[in-house]
Design a protein around this ligand. Sequence first.
Ligand code: ZN
Length: 163
Amino acid sequence: MAIRNIREIGDEVLTKKCKEVKEMTDRTRELIDDMIETMYEANGVGLAAPQVGILKRIVVIDTTGEGAIVMINPRIVETSGEQIGYEGCLSVPGKTGVVTRPNYVKAVALDEEMQPFEIEGTELLARAICHELEHLDGHLYVEKVEGELQDVGEEDELEEEEV
Ligand code: ZN
């Protein structure tokens, strides 16, 4: 396993649409392991493959500290409600902004064995799923920020959730 370099806003790779994963290979397994390690090392709650420069439809999420959820070829199938809150991104370091997201999300994806599963999330998990899936289509949360993008104050940094 290895820590990979996190690409930052301005890098073209973050604006590209990612390709579906057709089969699990040793290379893809290694990518997933590296993404999980890179996410934890950066104290993030989620990471999408394009953030480490790979245009594949893979995201990893851990909003609870209970282990990473790996989602391959994920797709949101249901949303409801609304939450308004601050969001950050490991690819936009030191910044935060207010984004409105659904408060409930249901998604389908493949796991590391390429088996389909369904996941439901509310609050932070719902926000993280929306945020990460947008990375796979080349979008960053900054496009959705209401008002100004703000600098993260040092005192806020520990509470900041970056995905
Ligand atoms: Zn992000």
